[in-house]
Design a binder for this molecule. Structure first.
Ligand SMILES: [Fe+2]
Length: 195
C-alpha cells in the first residue's frame, strides 16, 4: 500500500497535536492535585489582573519561547479558551510575556514573549521556562486573551507550592496553574474563561 499522509500524521504534525494535551492530561491525572475551579455554565470569567510595567505590543507569533541555552525549568502550559457557558473559542488571541529564570524581563527584545491563536477546538499550547520571582513578586506569567471581536482579558498565572505566593499581594489562588511533572518537563494546565 502506498504511504499517503493519514489523518494521524497530519494531526501529529500540527502544533496542537492531539497527543500533546492528552499527555498533559495523563500527567495531571496521576498527580495528587487539588481541584481548581472548572468551567461551569453560569460561572465567572477568569479573574483580570493588572498588566504591570513590562508588556510590549507586537510580540512574535510562536508557541515556543525556549531558546538554546536558556536556563530554567521547562514547562508546557496548555488548555482551552472558553466562553462562560464553557464553549471552546477558536481563533482567540493569546499574548504571553514573562520574566526569565532569574526574574528578568527582556525590555529591549522579545525574549520570553510570544502570541498565538487558539486552534479550531479552542486549545492553546505554550512551551517556556518557569519564570523566576523578583522583588515583591512570586513566580507568574502574564497573558492577554482576546476572543475574536471581543474584549481583552489581561491577567497573570501563578504556580502552586511557592512560598512567595503568601506575601505577593497580587497572588490569587483562582489563577493557579495545575501542574504535574512529566519526564523533566512541567506540564501545566489552565483554562481561560472569557466574558
Ligand atoms: Fe511580572
Amino acid at each position: 500500500m502506498i504511504d499517503t499522509p493519514t489523518r494521524r500524521t497530519v494531526l501529529g504534525a500540527g502544533i496542537f497535536a492531539a497527543g500533546s494535551l492528552l499527555t498533559i492530561e495523563a500527567a495531571l491525572a496521576e498527580a495528587p492535585l487539588a481541584l481548581t475551579p472548572q468551567c461551569h455554565d453560569g460561572g465567572a470569567a477568569t479573574l483580570a489582573q493588572t498588566e504591570g510595567p513590562y508588556f510590549k505590543p507586537s510580540s512574535p507569533e510562536r508557541i515556543e519561547l525556549i531558546e538554546e541555552g536558556m536556563a530554567g525549568q521547562p514547562i508546557e502550559l496548555a488548555g482551552f479558551v472558553l466562553t462562560r457557558t464553557c464553549k471552546p473559542l477558536a481563533g482567540a488571541l493569546l499574548d504571553f510575556w514573562q520574566a526569565d529564570d532569574q526574574g528578568r524581563y527582556d525590555n529591549s527584545g522579545f525574549r520570553l514573549r510570544g502570541h498565538q491563536f487558539s486552534d479550531a477546538e479552542g486549545r492553546y499550547r505554550l512551551r517556556s521556562v518557569v519564570p523566576g520571582s523578583y522583588v515583591g513578586r512570586t513566580r507568574h506569567i502574564h497573558v492577554k486573551v482576546q476572543p475574536r471581536g471581543g474584549r481583552v482579558l489581561t491577567t497573570q498565572l501563578y504556580f502552586p507550592g511557592e512560598s512567595l505566593n503568601r506575601t505577593d499581594g497580587l497572588f490569587r489562588k483562582e489563577l493557579l496553574v495545575r501542574t504535574a511533572k512529566n519526564a523533566g518537563w512541567l506540564a501545566g494546565r489552565f483554562d481561560f474563561v472569557v466574558a
